[in-house]
Write a protein of this length. Structure first.
Length: 258
């Protein structure tokens, strides 16, 4: 059994029972105990389980820091990524954004563009881009739905349906986590659903994510790697993820800060 299949089997076992033992897994998967211990160590390093004596248990609840906290994390990397993303956008383009700290940085980097048409569910991004763009200003269309006060965005079925009325040139998407097996994952089902709606509305999909998202998994599967056209990040992805991106034809752009 390949390593990825073993990892899925281990996570399924823990998801179903809450815990597992090295001996039990080794017997069921027909591998050595040492192999299982290495697998558990690797999965624990990704935060997917908690290593305990003789086995593993469920990790602490999967969550992410508050939006305000995340805006300050890896700020230099996010600014570099945002600058590289903005270089792809000309005046007058049609854009869509999900709610994320890196997409918020992209919106700030686009402050000098004129006559943009923007679709988003993010109050922060809407305010940022509505106030720029010259005398006529940019046009910003805000998705409605249930307001998530902490994220400052609208989510839910009505927000996703609103996006379906548009066809934009470029969608900028954030990522909770990216790995070679599950692709892009998120911490919230409604956020993942909104991201998928943006993909359907866009001609090309840009994912903007710093290297800390690589090799990790969040709770909810958002979309597969092959739905991405361009990934802009601040460091080269690890080999297994790089291989998957290459196989899917994704252009990887590494932005370097000043």
């Amino acid at each position: 059994m390949h390593r990825a299949a073993r990892h899925d089997a281990i996570l399924n076992e823990i998801g179903n029972t809450g815990s597992c033992t090295v001996a039990g897994l080794a017997s069921r998967l027909d591998v050595s105990g040492e192999t299982i211990r290495r697998d558990i160590k690797r999965l624990a390093s990704q935060g997917l389980l908690r290593k305990v004596h003789g086995g593993a248990t469920l990790p602490a609840p999967m969550h992410e820091a508050s939006f305000a906290q995340r805006m300050g994390q890896n700020a230099a990397a996010k600014e570099a990524i945002a600058g590289a993303a903005a270089a792809h956008i000309a005046d007058g383009e049609t854009l869509a954004f999900d709610t994320g700290t890196t997409t918020a940085y992209v919106a700030r980097a686009l402050a000098g563009r004129r006559d943009l048409v923007v679709v988003t569910n993010s109050l922060d991004i809407g305010r940022t881009l509505a106030g720029t763009g010259g005398p006529g200003g940019n046009r910003v269309f805000m998705a409605g739905g249930e307001l998530n006060a902490e994220l400052g965005c609208a989510l839910g079925a009505s927000a996703a349906a609103f996006v379906g009325q548009f066809r934009v040139r470029t969608a900028f998407l954030s990522a909770g986590a990216i790995d070679a097996v599950d692709g892009l994952t998120d911490f919230d089902m409604a956020e993942a659903e909104f991201s998928r709606a943006l993909i359907e509305a866009a001609e090309r999909v840009f994912v903007v994510a710093d290297h800390t998202k690589f090799g990790k998994r969040a709770l909810v599967r958002a979309f597969a790697i092959d739905r991405i056209d361009v990934l802009i990040t601040d460091a080269a992805p690890p080999p297994d993820l790089a291989r998957k991106l290459d196989e899917a034809g994704v252009v990887v752009e590494v932005a370097r800060g000043e």
